[in-house]
Design a protein around this ligand. Structure first.
Ligand code: ADP
Length: 524
């Protein structure tokens, strides 16, 4: 170690050890990459499945997150290895595209890397491995289509959708209320879905949470819930058939700017200015009333004096409403956001059948619910829970359930879970391997072995002997020609996932296989 000085005389330290450090090359470099990837996958492996363990993560500033969601765990993990970062991206893409299966994709990736390591040791070139994996993933992709089934649902019969959402929720902390939450998620998605175009805009579903109560109190509000209350406690708590002005401009007299100088040296002058200000605001209130508004929702604040005046003039108002909420309110009520006060006209007002303030127990906590809106296609899921961590995790779990319901509306094909789809693909890929001459054949076989990683992890996490369970289920699948046999994680007494009602979406599973394979050219 040596002390040196830069051009400006600032001291800095040169570490001599850096010079003696060598760069990894060849097989060692590949192995180092694989090891990093495996380490990430190992940390998620224990979270997979209904008996998977939750993780407690602590951020550098001491915030604690409890979660079972792969994407969230990786997001919070401070990884600095470049391959590990690729895996974080992987689970993020799965989260973005599909919303569920974020743990599974990383576990599968880790399993593929593990197999790749063995192939590397046997002297097979990384490109050959990646190519073989690519071929195998196509076989698995098509096979998934082959074993998938379609189920029909209608707005009246939502049971199949609920069942699929329940599979997602069964591996989360909130599984105590999975039936209820799954129903809420499905109702919310159906409320905003366009079944004809098979499209769901999840932005129309707002997920809000408030500490207090219990998870069972979670409810679906057919409208918008905003974490705000009326600006004055004496304003009405219930407004029927409200006409809402949505303002993003200040709702107060213009303030003198600091670069202007106003000399007020007498009481009269002060009174005049005050009078002016009052008059200005009075006119603003009058303008709102003239256009027919019965409620003003404002992005900005107004001071206490203005607040008092609003109460006196009988114009209820809500202040400091965030931009996202404002946008949702505008969509739901069919109103227009007014950025300049002069532009306020009757046709820009939003309509809602009921605006009410909802209070919770004896606390001073209140929320504003805007219901029976003109455009009924915006809903809010309102989560209650014992603490902030619970609510955050419930939000993440509901997000997964919403995504699953959306995916099913887009494409109503499902495959069975509990590792059954992976085992079936593994058998199909293994059988297809012989058709390929060349080193790829090894990689294709390894891909089949890697697919077994998911059922192995599920069995291990459920306290079952992994190899014995997997081999038993695999031979059952082949003997009975039944691709729906999986790991009986919850000890229900049957391996048949059709009987257990454990479904996953086809597109979710296909995406997992594609994503886990695609990164291989870079990772190995
Ligand atoms: P991900 O974040 O990948 O969705 P999860 O922890 O939610 O990970 O676990 C999902 C896995 O658990 C899937 O492979 C699914 O098939 C399986 N699974 C969920 N519920 C059950 C169940 N009741 N029995 C067996 N396997 C299940």
């Amino acid at each position: 170690m040596a002390l040196a000085f830069d051009d400006f005389g600032r001291p800095f330290i040169i570490l001599r050890e850096q010079e003696s450090k060598s760069r990894l090359r060849g097989l060692d470099a590949h192995k180092a990459n694989v090891a990093a990837g495996k380490a990430v996958a190992r940390s998620l492996r224990t979270s997979l499945g209904p008996k998977g363990m939750d993780k407690i993560l602590q951020s550098p500033d001491g915030d604690v997150t409890i979660t079972n969601d792969g994407a969230t765990i990786l997001e919070q993990m401070d990884v600095d290895n470049q391959i590990a970062k690729l895996m974080v991206e992987l689970s993020r893409s799965q989260d973005y595209e599909i919303g569920d299966g974020t743990t599974g994709v990383v576990v599968l990736d880790g399993s593929l890397l593990e197999q790749a390591e063995k192939l590397l040791e046997r002297g097979i070139h990384p490109i050959r491995i990646a190519e073989g994996y690519e071929m195998a993933s196509k076989i698995a992709f098509d096979h998934l289509e082959h074993i998938s089934t379609r189920f029909e649902f209608t707005a009246a019969n939502i049971e199949p959708l609920v069942q699929t959402c329940m599979t997602t929720l069964s591996s989360k902390i909130v599984n105590r209320c999975k039936r209820m939450l799954a129903e809420i998620a499905v109702r919310a998605v159906l409320a905003v879905a366009d079944l004809e175009r098979k499209d769901v805009n999840l932005d129309l579903i707002k997920v809000e949470g408030k500490v207090g109560g219990k998870l069972e109190d979670t409810e679906l509000i057919y409208g918008i819930a905003v974490d705000k209350d009326m600006s004055h406690p004496q304003m009405p708590k219930r407004i029927e058939d409200a006409n809402i002005a949505i303002l993003t401009c200040p709702f107060e007299p213009p303030k003198p700017k600091t670069k202007h100088k106003v000399d007020i040296d007498t009481v009269e002058k002060f009174q005049t200015m005050r009078g002016q200000e009052q008059k200005y605001f009075d006119e603003m209130v009058q303008k709102c009333k003239d256009v027919g508004a019965t409620l003003v929702i404002c992005q900005w604040g107004f001071d206490d004096e203005a607040n008092h005046l609003l109460m006196q003039r009988n114009l209820p108002a809500v202040r400091w409403v965030g931009g996202v909420e404002l946008e949702l309110i505008a969509i739901a009520t069919g109103g227009r956001i007014v950025p300049r006060f002069q532009e306020l006209t009757p046709d820009k007002l939003g309509q809602a059948g009921l605006v009410r303030e909802k209070s919770f127990g004896t606390t001073k906590d209140r929320m504003l619910c805007i219901e029976r809106c003109a455009n009924a296609r915006a809903v809010t899921i309102f989560i209650r829970g014992g603490n902030k961590m619970m609510i955050e995790e419930a939000k993440r779990s509901i997000h997964d359930a919403l995504c699953v319901a959306r995916n099913l509306i887009r494409n109503n094909s499902i495959v069975y879970g509990g590792g059954s789809a992976e085992i079936s693909c593994s058998v199909a890929v293994e059988a297809a391997a012989d058709r390929y001459a060349g080193a790829e054949q090894y990689a294709i076989r390894s891909f089949a072995d890697a697919l077994d990683g998911i059922p192995l992890a599920l069995a291990e996490n459920s306290g079952l002997p992994p190899i014995d369970t997997l081999t038993a289920v695999k031979s059952q699948q082949i003997q009975e020609n039944n691709p729906y046999c999986g790991i009986d994680c919850n000890d229900v007494g049957t391996n048949d996932m059709r009987e257990q009602h454990v479904f996953e979406t086809l597109i979710g599973k296909q995406q997992q296989i594609l994503l886990a394979t695609q990164g291989k050219y870079a990772e190995i």
